[in-house]
Design a protein around this ligand. Sequence first.
Ligand SMILES: C[S@@+](CC[C@H](N)C(=O)[O-])C[C@H]1O[C@@H](n2cnc3c(N)ncnc32)[C@H](O)[C@@H]1O
Length: 288
Amino acid sequence: MFDTNHVVDDSFEISSSSEKQIEKKPFFKSQNGKISIFQDDAISFLKSLADNSVDVIITDPAYSGMNQKLKLGSGKIIGKYSDAGEVGAKWFEEFHDTDENYKAFLKECYRVLKNSRHIYIMFDSYSLLSLAPIVREIFEVKNVICWDKANIGLGHYFRRRHEFILFASKGKRPLNSKSIPDVWKIKRVTSSKYPTQKPTEVFELMLKGSAENDFVVCDPFLGSGSSAIAAIKSSCRFIGCDISDKSLAFSTERVEQFLLTQSDIYQKSSLLGDDAAMTKLFSNGKSK
Ligand SMILES: C[S@@+](CC[C@H](N)C(=O)[O-])C[C@H]1O[C@@H](n2cnc3c(N)ncnc32)[C@H](O)[C@@H]1O
């Protein structure tokens, strides 16, 4: 585990109006108090948050199902996330997505989310088929969004070019815009130093649909910090966690640098594909 040198004080106030405060110590807290990152297990982290204290959940869990169940021969469908420098070493743990564990995770998401708010959960195709029905038991699922990565990736049969994002709500809330399509053409991150790094634009689009200034955005599977960068670009507050030391190192360095220089050290340029709708949505130069 890392030390907590970055920490400014011991508790994190989720929002100025929130009565209850998180008792855990953040690994990183920005000077303005708007961005806090914790090292924790997702469920344990969510349990530390007050009821109805989060405005939007945007998250990309590390599912174990696809690797375990779609194994072919000795190969694995999505790789081992191994570090080139450490043969056989795993970059991070997969979240154990048994029905029970996944339901416990979703119930905590539901509890911490305010009423009339949105949640976005990313899925590979295997996990979508097995776990989406559980999301439906707890949230009102509104859309299955397809993230079109523009270029093909790995796959033993049809080569994968997409992932899914379930868009759901707790109570009723319209989207901020009626002009966002349900297929998002945004190029994948290539030669990233953190495996599974997603383009910030994917998270920015979620926030274009569902966030307002100063909304509390939460991601309990932070990885390289793309969702935190999207939250900053969208003028939101952010709380997130990850269990892995490497995630904490990447995400906090990335956020610190972004706050200082407005430049993203792990995604140097835009990954928008050649899609007129996407270009138009991002054309005002701001995230929202
Ligand atoms: C798919 S990656 C997220 C990638 C991220 N969206 C990005 O753009 O970089 C999933 C993350 O979940 C983390 N993780 C795995 N099990 C976890 C758990 N039980 N609690 C919290 N984080 C966990 C992994 O360390 C990994 O960083």
